[in-house]
Design a protein around this ligand. Structure first.
Ligand SMILES: *Cc1c(COP(=O)(O)O)cnc(C)c1O
Length: 424
């Protein structure tokens, strides 16, 4: 019998995320990571220009994170987190509270971005329930994405992804992202209907999965202020935007009005381990302090505050706080801006937009629809062939690189995007 390769063995036993298994090509077998590269079984190197689904902010197999994780594994790999604590969970909570908006006062750990959102929603719903007030609706943006578990899915935009579950999702009021033309209307809506909403959840400045859609801080600031007047809690879903992605540590730093709750994951551990964080204000935390045990936040996961994940997050935080990292972030931002200026107005591009280290190119889709319906796959394959991992969202190609990517590596990605504009 012939020896099977990794791809064939995978195809016999594994069900992949967001993948139509009937028609998907064989997965690329990756055996090693190094800086911005993923290295395949056959030795081919892929430049990871999307930071492996936005998590890998410092590149792959970073020796400093590996060292810290390895030491933690040999010290304490896990401990139950109800009734017990451990040093890295406390160090990480202290470290995060030092850099989060100053009104944040407590850290609740969970497993990923979706669970961080679930916890945020439950904190808000139960805040009102603990006070005996009826506030069960949530305000969210059209085109939003907050995760794939049921609560997170409920507050995400309705789409092909959520369609099979439509009737099972709780009620959410969707509003457009704010702009000069609609801000007055949005504020009027909140003033009129605000008292039924428990919370307002948003991806600050940039809606990732919705297509890297960007909007201005100033109008979000006004919306949060309008919500605050109605005592609607502001939940900043910084799962994608956290840890320098937008040019500041958190996108919320571009705003004057700070969120009541912040959700973190993705870059939190530098892409090393799964971990989620939900931080909240003292006001929210205190609404759960009671002699009535039913007012407890009854939520927890087996791996809550896993020490290895916390150690990875602490190591990643050390790297993030080094001046060299912010210098890399500025360098990527300048580089993107120069490329955007050069390519803007290309006849095949409907739009080029940038927020911090993220740059998005929206391909023109007018004309032959059958040609364009396969555009996404043709672009994906073109870049893969060129040794670059870019996963277009439909007709939107975006670069969301690890901060260690070099100018030469960025220039290579840009040159392939220019080539794709001519050839694909
Ligand atoms: C990815 C993402 C999530 C979900 O995180 P998972 O770890 O994939 O569950 C939530 N919110 C935003 C803004 C995201 O980008």
């Amino acid at each position: 019998m012939a020896v099977q390769g990794l791809s064939e063995r995978d195809q016999a036993v594994i069900w992949h995320p967001y993948t139509q298994m009937k028609s998907a090509p064989a997965p690329v077998p990756i055996v090693r990571g190094e800086g911005p590269y993923l290295i395949a079984e056959d030795g081919k190197k892929y430049l990871d220009a999307v930071s492996s689904w936005w998590v890998n902010i410092h590149g792959h197999a970073h020796p400093y994170i590996a060292e810290k994780v390895s030491a933690q594994l040999r010290t304490l790999e896990h401990a139950i987190f109800a009734g017990f604590t451990h040093p890295v969970a406390v160090d990480l909570a202290e470290g995060l509270l030092r850099i989060l908006p100053p009104n944040q006062s407590r850290i609740f750990y969970s497993d990923n971005g979706s669970t961080a959102v679930e916890v945020a929603l439950k904190m808000c719903f139960q805040y009102w329930s603990n006070r005996g007030e009826e506030r069960t609706k949530v305000l969210a943006f059209r085109n939003s994405y907050h995760g794939d578990t049921f609560g997170a899915m409920a507050v995400s935009a309705r789409s092909a992804f959520t369609a099979p579950f439509e009737n099972l999702l709780f009620g959410v009021e969707y509003i457009d992202t704010p702009c000069p033309a609609n801000i007055a209307g949005l504020k009027a809506f909140i003033a009129e209907h605000g008292s039924s909403f428990s919370s307002f959840i948003y991806e600050p400045l940039i809606q990732g999965s919705g297509g890297m859609l960007m909007y201005e801080a100033q109008y979000l600031d006004e919306l949060i202020a309008a919500c605050r007047e109605q005592r609607i809690f502001a939940i900043a879903d910084e799962v994608m935007t956290g840890f320098g992605r937008t040019g500041k540590l958190f996108a919320s730093e571009y705003l004057r009005n700070q969120p009541d709750i912040v959700c973190l994951s993705k870059g939190l551990t530098g892409g090393t381990m799964a971990l989620g964080v939900t931080s909240c204000t003292a006001e929210i935390y205190e609404a759960f302090l009671s002699d009535d045990r039913l007012k407890t936040l009854f939520h927890g996961h087996s791996f809550t505050a896993n020490p290895v994940a916390c150690a990875a997050a602490l190591a990643s935080l050390d790297l993030t706080m080094q001046p060299a990292t912010m210098e890399n972030i500025s360098r990527i931002m300048d580089s993107h801006a120069r490329f955007a200026a050069r390519i803007k107005g290309h006849p095949r591009l409907k739009d080029v937009r940038q927020t911090g280290t993220i740059i998005a190119f929206e391909w023109e889709t007018a004309g032959d629809s059958s040609y364009f319906s396969s555009l996404r796959d043709r672009l994906y394959n073109f870049f893969l062939e060129a040794g670059i991992i870019l996963r277009p969202l439909g007709n939107i190609v975006y670069i969301l690189p690890p901060y260690c990517i070099s100018n030469e590596q960025l220039a290579y990605v840009y040159s392939k995007i220019e080539q794709a504009l001519e050839e694909i």
